[in-house]
Ligand binder design. Structure first.
Ligand code: LYS
Length: 849
C-alpha cells in the first residue's frame, strides 16, 4: 500500500547491486495460510559495484529467523525489505519466512487459485515470497524443494528427485528472480515430446485441472510449432529436459515465461471447438509462441532493469507476430495488428499516459506493461529490420545471442549489435526508444517535367514531460501506380531523417498515384489531403494489401465524419468499391472480412477530436448504425448468397482458411440481421456446432435487440464453463444498446457467477462495458460512476487489475466539458479512496495530469 509520498524510480539512477548471488536454495513447506519458505543464498561482493549496502527486498513476509554463515543475525526490517551488516568476503545468507498464499488476492507472489498453488513474480513479486535482491540484473541458478501433499509439484528447470510429499527441481541456467515459479496442486497433464535440432529429447506437458485435459491438444501443437519455428528462423534451440505449461484460472495477465515453467491464464491456453472461437485459437497460438520465444529473448538474455522491459517484450512481440504471419496470412496479421495498435497504443501515446518505449521513470512498474512497451516496442524492431534489411537483421540477432547470452542487457547493448553487424550509426534511430508520442507525417507532392516529388514533413506533438522533439528516422515504404492502375515503381523504402525531406522519382510517363506507408512501415499518422477518387482508385488497384485496406478504412472514416458532422448520407461510391472487393472471390475471405470492419466508435471519437470537433458518442453510435443499415439495404440482394458461398461444410478446424471464411460470414450475417429481424442469426445459433458460429450469432442477436432467448439458452448450456461464461458476460454488456448498457452492467454484477476476485470475469464485465463507447459515455455520467465504484472496490484486493482498468479514462479530454467534469469527479473520487494502492494512485494521477 501507498506510503506518505509515492517514490519515483529513475533510469538515470541505476547502480549495480553490491553483491552477486552464486546460488539459491529454496525449501517450501506449503500450507494455505502459513507457508514456510527457507532460503539459503550464497553471496559474494560484486567487483563491478561500489556501494556495499546489503539490502534485500521483502514485502508482506513474517521473518522467523535469519543467519549469516550459520550465526543468528537481527536485520533492520522495513515495509520494503531488510538491511543487515555482512562480511566483506563471500558469505551464506539463510532465512525462514512465513507467508499466506490463501489470502493473497493481489495474485502476485505465491497465491492459491481454485485450490492450486501458483506464483507470479514478474515484475517484483518474488519479494513477497522471500527476502532477496529482487532485481533482474541479479541472476543465479536455483535449487527448489517443495514439500506438501499436492499430487503435482513443479518448479523451474529439470526434475531432480521426488518422493512421498516432496519434489526437487534444479535450474542450471542463471536467472533473475522474476522468472522463478512454483506450482502445486492436484493437476493432470497432457503430455508430449519434442526432439530438438541437435537431437535432444524434451518432455512437454500442459498441466490443467481435472476436466480440462481435453482442451490441451491445440496448445500443445502450437508449442511444438513454436519450437520448430524458433530453430528454423532464429536458430534457437530449447535448453532443458522438460518444458511445462500450467493453466491457472485467476491470473492478472495473459501468461508468464518463467524458465521451463510457463504459467498461463487458462483463457490463453485451453481450447476446444465447442468452447473457443477462431479468435481464441489464434490468440492462444500466438501467446504460447510468445512465452516460448521468451526463453531466448527474455530468459537467456534478460533486462538489466525494468526500464529495459521493451528489450524483451518488444522483441518477443515482434517474433510472435512473424510466427503468426508465417503460420497464417501475412497481410491479414499486419492489418489486424495495425487495427490493434491504433485502438490501444495510439490513444496511449497521444494522451496523458504517453511514455517512451523505454520509460525514464515510474512509481509502479506493473503500470508499464503497456501497448507502448509491447506493441510500439515491436514496431520499432520492425522498422529496424526494414532499415537494415532481412540478412543484416539475422546477422545482428546472431551477434546478440552470441555476445549477450547469460547477461542482463540494455537497449544500448541491443542497438550496438546492429551497429556492429551493419556499420550503421543508430544514434538518431534511438530516439524511437526515448521520445514518446506518435509522429505525424505530412505529405505533399509535385509533378513537373516528368519528375514526381514527394515531400514529407515530420512533427511529434508534445507529450507529458517532452515538449520539443527532434526528427526521427522514419522508413516510409512507397510504391507508385500509373493511372491505369499498373505499378510503375515497386515498393521502395524512403529513409526520412530530417524534419522536412523530398524524394524524386524520374522517368515517369505520367503523373503517378502514390501508395505511401505500405505495410504500415512506421507507427506514424500520415497527413495527406487525398480525394475520394484517389482513395477509391487505391482501393481498387493497390498491390499492397495493407494500403488497399487502408484506402477503404480512410473512406469509411471520411464517410462517417460527414454523416456525423453534416448529416450527410453514406458515400455510395466507396460502398460500390467495397462491394467489388467483398464479392471478389479471388481474395482471401479473412482480408475481405477486415475490409468490412468499420472504424470503432472510439476511433471515430479520436478522428473528430483531431479535426477540432467535440465527439458526441451518441451521434457517432447513430451514424455507425445508419451506415450499417444502409450497407445492409444496398447489399440486400446478394448477402445470403455470398454468405452461403463462404460457409464451411468440412469438420471444424481453427486454421486460417476456415476462420477467414467464418469471419467473413459473420460480418455478412451482421448486415443480414438488420434485414430479417434476426431470423438468419437465430438459425445459425440453433445449428451451431462450434463456439465461433454460436457466439457470432449471439452477438448479432443481442445487437438487434433479439437476444433474450439466446442469452438464456446460452447460460443454460454453458453455466458450468467459466471461460465460456466470461464471453457471455462480456458480450451482453459490450453489445447492449447504449441507453441500457449501464443497466445491463448493473444486472450482471448481481449475477451469482459474477466474481470480482477473478480478473477474467471482472474484465469481461468492466472491459466489455467500457468498450460499449456510447453506453459508457452516457451523458448523465452513470457509466463513469458505475465503473469508478467497482474500481474503488477492487483496489484493496487487486491493485494491478484495478490500475490497468483505469486506463479506460485516458481519453477523457476528447469529450465535451460536461463529460469531462463528470469523469474528473470520478477520477478524484478514486484518488481520494483511503489506502489507495500505489498502482492505482499512479495511474489516476497521470490521467488527471
Ligand atoms: N512477461 C509477461 C509476458 O509474456 C507479462 C508479465 C506481466 C507482469 N506484470 O508478456
Amino acid at each position: 500500500m501507498k506510503d506518505a509520498a509515492p517514490k519515483t524510480i529513475y533510469l538515470k539512477d541505476y547502480t549495480p547491486f553490491g553483491y552477486v548471488v552464486e546460488s539459491v536454495h529454496l525449501t517450501f513447506r506449503l500450507a494455505p495460510t502459513a507457508t514456510r519458505v527457507i532460503s539459503r543464498i550464497a553471496f559474494a561482493p560484486n567487483p563491478d559495484a561500489s556501494d556495499r549496502t546489503f539490502f534485500l527486498h521483502g514485502e508482506e513476509l513474517s521473518l522467523i529467523w535469519a543467519k549469516i554463515d550459520g550465526q543468528d543475525v537481527t536485520p533492520d526490517l522495513t515495509d520494503e525489505g531488510l538491511r543487515c551488516t555482512v562480511p566483506d568476503t563471500p558469505f551464506v545468507w539463510e532465512a525462514e519466512v512465513e507467508i499466506s498464499p490463501q489470502t493473497n488476492t493481489a495474485l502476485e507472489g505465491l497465491y492459491i487459485s481454485n485450490g492450486m498453488y501458483c506464483t507470479q513474480c514478474e515484475a517484483e513479486g518474488f519479494r513477497k515470497i522471500t527476502y532477496y535482491p529482487d532485481r533482474p540484473d541479479v541472476m543465479s541458478t536455483f535449487i527448489v524443494r517443495i514439500e506438501g501433499e499436492e499430487k503435482v509439484k513443479l518448479s523451474n528447470g529439470n526434475p531432480a528427485g521426488s518422493g512421498e510429499g516432496w519434489a526437487e527441481w534444479h535450474d542450471p541456467w542463471p536467472k533473475p528472480a522474476y522468472l522463478f515459479a512454483l506450482v502445486a496442486g492436484d493437476l493432470v497433464n497432457h503430455p508430449d515430446s519434442f526432439t530438438t535440432m541437435s537431437g535432444k529429447q524434451v518432455e512437454l506437458n500442459i498441466w490443467v485441472r481435472p476436466g480440462d485435459v481435453d482442451k490441451c491438444a491445440f496448445g500443445m501443437e502450437a508449442l511444438k510449432k513454436s519450437m520448430t519455428w524458433d530453430e528454423e528462423v532464429y536458430g534457437r534451440e530449447y535448453d532443458l529436459d522438460i518444458f511445462n505449461i500450467v493453466a491457472v484460472d485467476d491470473f492478472n495477465m495473459g501468461a508468464m515465461e518463467n524458465k521451463g515453467l510457463n504459467v498461463f491464464n487458462s483463457s490463453c491456453v485451453l481450447a476446444s471447438p465447442e468452447t473457443s472461437t477462431d479468435m481464441n485459437f489464434e490468440r492462444i497460438e500466438a501467446i504460447i509462441a510468445h512465452e516460448y520465444f521468451h526463453n531466448w529473448t527474455g530468459n537467456r538474455i534478460t533486462c538489466r532493469d525494468w526500464f529495459q522491459l521493451c528489450l524483451k517484450e518488444g522483441l518477443t512481440v515482434f517474433r510472435d507476430a512473424q510466427f503468426t504471419a508465417d503460420m497464417r496470412s501475412e497481410p491479414v496479421k499486419r492489418i489486424s495488428d495495425v487495427i490493434d495498435l491504433r485502438a490501444r497504443q495510439f490513444p496511449e501515446d497521444q494522451g496523458p499516459l504517453s511514455h517512451p518505449v523505454r520509460p525514464e521513470s515510474f512509481q509502479e512498474i506493473n503500470n508499464f506493461y503497456t501497448a507502448t512497451v509491447y506493441e510500439k516496442g515491436a514496431e520499432v524492431i520492425g522498422m529496424l529490420k526494414t532499415l537494415v534489411g532481412d540478412d543484416a537483421y539475422i546477422r545482428a540477432l546472431d551477434l546478440y545471442f552470441d555476445r549477450h547470452d547469460g547477461q542482463a542487457c540494455t537497449i544500448e547493448d541491443w542497438l550496438r549489435v546492429f551497429e556492429d553487424a551493419t556499420g550503421r550509426d543508430l544514434a538518431q534511430f534511438k530516439l524511437w526508444y526515448s521520445q514518446s508520442g506518435t509522429p505525424r507525417v505530412a505529405v505533399s507532392e509535385d509533378w513537373a517535367d516528368g519528375v514526381y516529388t514527394l515531400t514529407f514533413k515530420q512533427h511529434t506533438p508534445p507529450t507529458p514531460g517532452q515538449d520539443v522533439k527532434g526528427p526521427k528516422v522514419i522508413p516510409i515504404a512507397v510504391g507508385l501506380l500509373n493511372p491505369n492502375g499498373d505499378e510503375v515503381v515497386p515498393t521502395q523504402v524512403l529513409e526520412m531523417t530530417q524534419a522536412e525531406q523530398s524524394f524524386r522519382f524520374d522517368g515517369l510517363a505520367s503523373r503517378p498515384v502514390p501508395s505511401i506507408l505500405r505495410g504500415f512501415s512506421a507507427p506514424v499518422v500520415l497527413e495527406r489531403e487525398v480525394s475520394r477518387e484517389e482513395r477509391a482508385f487505391l482501393l481498387a488497384h493497390d498491390t499492397d494489401e495493407f494500403n488497399r485496406w487502408e484506402a477503404s478504412r480512410n473512406l469509411a472514416r471520411d464517410c462517417l465524419v460527414t454523416m456525423i458532422r453534416d448529416g450527410a448520407g453514406p458515400d455510395t461510391a466507396w460502398l460500390d468499391g467495397l462491394e467489388r472487393v467483398v464479392r471478389d472471390d479471388t481474395l482471401d475471405p479473412a482480408f475481405r472480412a477486415l475490409m468490412l470492419s468499420l472504424p470503432t466508435q472510439s476511433e471515430m471519437a479520436q478522428v473528430l477530436f483531431e479535426m477540432g470537433s467535440t465527439p458526441d458518442p451518441d451521434a457517432i453510435w447513430q451514424a455507425a448504425e445508419d451506415l450499417r443499415g444502409h450497407m445492409a439495404e444496398a447489399w440486400r440482394g446478394f448477402l445470403p448468397e455470398l454468405r452461403a458461398s463462404v460457409a464451411v461444410d468440412a469438420p471444424y478446424l481453427p486454421d486460417a482458411d476456415q476462420s477467414g471464411k467464418r469471419s467473413l460470414g459473420s460480418a455478412l450475417l451482421a448486415l443480414q440481421t438488420r434485414l430479417d429481424d434476426g431470423a438468419a442469426a437465430q438459425a445459425q445459433y440453433d445449428a451451431a456446432d462450434n463456439m465461433t458460429l454460436q457466439l457470432s450469432a449471439l452477438s448479432h442477436l443481442i445487437s438487434a435487440g433479439k437476444g433474450d432467448a439466446a442469452i438464456k439458452a446460452f447460460e443454460t448450456q454453458w453455466h458450468h464453463d467459466r471461460l465460456v461464461m466470461d464471453k457471455w458476460f462480456g458480450l451482453q454488456v459490450g453489445m447492449a444498446k447504449p441507453d441500457v448498457a449501464v443497466d445491463v452492467a448493473e444486472g450482471l454484477v448481481e449475477h451469482p457467477a459474477f466474481d470480482m476476485g477473478n480478473p477474467n470475469r471482472f474484465r469481461a464485465v468492466m472491459g466489455g462495458f467500457a468498450m460499449n463507447h456510447a453506453g459508457f459515455h452516457r451523458k448523465d455520467g452513470a457509466g463513469y460512476a458505475f465503473l469508478a465504484d467497482w474500481l474503488i472496490r477492487l483496489d484493496d484486493k487487486n491493485p494491478q487489475t484495478t490500475a490497468r482498468m483505469c486506463s479506460v479514462f485516458q481519453t477523457w479530454k476528447r469529450y465535451d466539458a460536461d463529460r469531462q467534469a463528470l469523469i474528473r469527479t470520478q477520477l478524484e473520487r478514486i484518488k481520494a479512496k483511503p489506502k489507495l494502492s500505489r498502482d492505482t494512485d499512479e495511474m489516476v494521477s497521470r490521467i488527471l495530469g
